[in-house]
Design a protein around this ligand. Structure first.
Ligand code: MD6
Ligand code: FE
Length: 217
């Protein structure tokens, strides 16, 4: 953990950086709830293990995914969608843990979204060499609701673009405990994650885990 990170853990404060209108990085915001969140993550992934889904075009994603909450994001040869059932188990996704919901609602409020009530949490797992291509999040019903994104484990560089795929991107380094909140005018910006470098985190090992909370339904 960096010196700045441990200071935030002690003071329960995070700096709020606006990276574009409506998009904020809250550095270290998740650190004070870290142990509860990591415990809940272990329970969710025991019930609904990470899997590498297939895109509609037939490619196996390098990022492994799972979900919790009433709705989960899935992709297969038929397309992208939200579903209340895990296609691997045929059962409902695990409930959203209280520690997850609390973190997401607090982070949203910190960025000015006081009414955020997530019903979906997509959990992405990256190992070194994994990446996420530029995309828009547009499978949700209500674009007035923000997305809250929590980074855990080894660092990554988040690519934050414009409203068409070819727009210039900014590179935003994200570390364990950083939270990104975006909504309003930023909601439909293209974004992605650059290929992860080899690294090891003291709590999560050779892995980055990203939680994205949305109101999907
Ligand atoms: C990730 N995040 O950071 C992937 N989408 O692993 C996303 O795709 C994302 O962080 C919408 C809003 C925030 C995000
Ligand atoms: Fe996304």
């Amino acid at each position: 953990m960096s010196g700045v990170g441990s200071l935030f853990a002690e003071t329960h404060e995070a700096a709020r950086e606006e990276i574009a209108p409506g998009a904020f990085v809250l550095r270290g915001f998740a650190l004070s709830m870290g142990t509860a969140v990591l415990g809940a993550l272990r329970e969710v992934t025991a019930a609904a293990p990470f899997r590498n889904m297939v895109t509609p075009g037939g490619y196996r994603m390098s990022v492994a995914m799972t979900n919790c909450g009433a709705l989960g994001w899935v992709t297969d040869r038929n397309g992208y969608r939200y579903d209340s059932v895990d296609p691997e188990s045929g059962k409902k996704w695990p409930a959203m843990p209280g520690a997850f919901r609390e973190l997401a609602e607090r982070a949203a409020a910190e960025a000015g979204f006081r009414e955020f009530r997530p019903d979906a949490c997509l959990i992405n797992r990256y190992e070194p060499e994994a990446k996420l291509s530029l995309h828009q999040d547009k499978d949700e019903r209500d674009f007035t609701q923000p997305i809250v994104s929590v980074s855990l484990g080894i660092p990554a560089i988040f690519l934050f673009g414009g409203f068409v795929r070819g727009d210039k991107t900014q590179r935003v380094p994200l570390e364990h405990g950083d939270v990104v909140v975006w909504g309003g005018p930023a909601r439909l910006r293209y974004h992605g994650v650059m290929t992860l470098k080899e690294d090891e985190h003291p709590l999560l090992g050779r892995m980055r885990v990203n939680l994205t909370f949305r109101t999907a339904g």
